[in-house]
Design a protein around this ligand. Structure first.
Ligand SMILES: [Zn+2]
Length: 433
């Protein structure tokens, strides 16, 4: 998914089947335009080594599928008439939706990468059962699709980001402890409530956020990085050598459940002493603002950013409990960070969610503990950095996965990108990488 332009280019394994070859060439053309910006047909032919007639035919198909558009004349650098430039299309797009314990986040983008929708709303998953959550999620997806269409962008798919273990191939959430979900067929359920023909994928929130960081974030292009979600739960997305690490079953990255304190506090997963019982938002709120902790009252949980604003306010006032609580989270971040450094040797650990909001207060003690506990002498070269993608990183990554899927197989995008009635009851699941 994070493959560079060279991926899909001709190789010893180039498919001999004509349709597969054409698909590969469509992808090459799209990738070339995405990497290099608008190009004339002649320039694309020169750069890719494809025949001019082939490129013309490929571009015609991409135009029909509305994945590219023609713009003003562009000089190809050589002699002769300038050709019309071919650019990625803003008419087609993708959506990412993250469902978390206390918010829903939506990111809608067009194929050029332009952000069309970016929003986050409070959401109380703790006081809703699975059915109600799915209904609300479907409604949020429906509204996002409508809003994108209203802004002139036809979405071809959406990815749902979930804090838990996800069977990406089937679109099933196997276990999401903090949502209380087990074996929930999210993709199928969403497909029944949305326009037919829309691609629907489900993935782990930290994995999607890590992809977003690798592509657009503060450490973009850093081939070895770990992303940490700072939410009620804590997940990790691990990029190793430029690729997302998924593990045998796709369940890697559950760093929030690293056992760091034998006999410690109970965790949402049913165990005790997990890392997220030391650094999760619920723990911080409990310690920093004991008068306003989670679960004290019935009713909606206030917005996580309001919680953070309150803690920041108390830090500025020099409130002792808040200061000690944040420093303690920082130390535990360094403790768990040292385990990750020992395992993966990342160049950066990107702090997302609430960690990013409080980064100035957390990083000094986290970095000090990391240097003390990591065994490798190169540990000093691994830095904690704050994400600037905010609470919508996972949703942004989700939209990015759809765009990548579109580029990987442009022929899967319906001609004219209109929903196909014969797919009414059949969800088109986005397969994992
Ligand atoms: Zn746990």
């Amino acid at each position: 998914m994070v493959s560079k332009e060279r991926a899909g280019a001709g190789s010893a394994e180039e498919p001999t089947d004509q349709l597969a070859l054409r698909r590969t060439n469509l992808t090459r053309t799209l990738r070339h335009i995405r990497t290099n910006g608008p190009r004339s047909r002649a320039a694309i032919a020169a750069a890719t080594g494809l025949h001019k007639a082939t490129v013309s035919s490929l571009v015609d198909e991409l135009l029909t599928r509305r994945l590219v558009r023609e713009i003003g004349a562009e000089h190809s650098g050589g002699a002769g008439r300038p050709g019309r430039g071919i650019a990625l299309s803003p008419d087609v797009g993708a959506i990412g939706i993250e469902i978390n314990v206390d918010y829903l986040a939506v990111h809608g983008a067009d194929l050029t990468g332009r952000t069309v929708i970016e929003k986050r709303v409070s959401f109380d998953a703790m006081h809703r059962d699975v059915e109600r959550c799915l209904e609300d999620l479907t409604e949020a997806a429906r509204r996002s699709v409508a809003e994108l269409v209203r802004r002139g962008v036809t979405p071809v798919g959406l990815t749902v980001a979930v804090p838990g273990l996800v069977d990406v191939a089937r679109g099933v959430v196997v276990l999401a402890p903090n949502l209380g979900w087990r074996d929930v067929p999210v993709a199928t359920r969403l497909a029944h409530g949305l326009a037919p023909g829309l691609w629907i994928g489900v993935d782990n929130d930290a994995n999607l956020a890590a992809l977003a960081e690798y592509t657009w974030g503060v450490a973009a292009g850093t081939d070895d990085l770990v992303y940490l979600t700072g939410e009620v739960g804590v997940g990790g997305g691990v990029i190793v050598n430029g690729r997302l690490l998924r593990g045998a079953d796709g369940f890697s990255g559950e760093v929030g459940h690293l056992p760091v304190e034998p006999g410690g506090a109970p965790c949402g997963c049913g165990r005790v002493g997990c890392w997220e019982t030391k650094v999760g938002l619920a723990q911080l709120v409990r310690k920093a603002t004991p008068d306003a902790a989670y679960g004290l009252k019935d009713g909606p949980i206030p917005d996580p950013q309001e919680r953070i604003a309150e803690i920041s306010h108390r830090l500025q006032r020099g409130d002792e409990a808040a200061t000690e609580a944040v420093e303690e989270v920082g130390r535990w971040l360094g403790h768990g960070g040292a385990i990750l450094v020992n395992l993966f040797n990342p160049r950066v650990i990107v702090l997302g969610g609430y960690f990013a909001e409080l980064a100035d207060h957390l990083i000094p003690s986290a970095q000090a503990n990391l240097a003390r506990l990591a065994v490798a002498s190169t540990a000093a070269r691994c830095n904690f950095v704050a994400s600037h993608l905010g609470f919508t990183a996972a949703a942004r990554g989700g939209a990015g996965v759809v765009v990548e899927r579109m580029i990987e197989d442009p022929t899967a995008v319906a001609l004219g990108t209109r929903p196909q009635p014969d797919h009414a009851q059949r969800p088109l699941l986005l397969a994992g990488p």
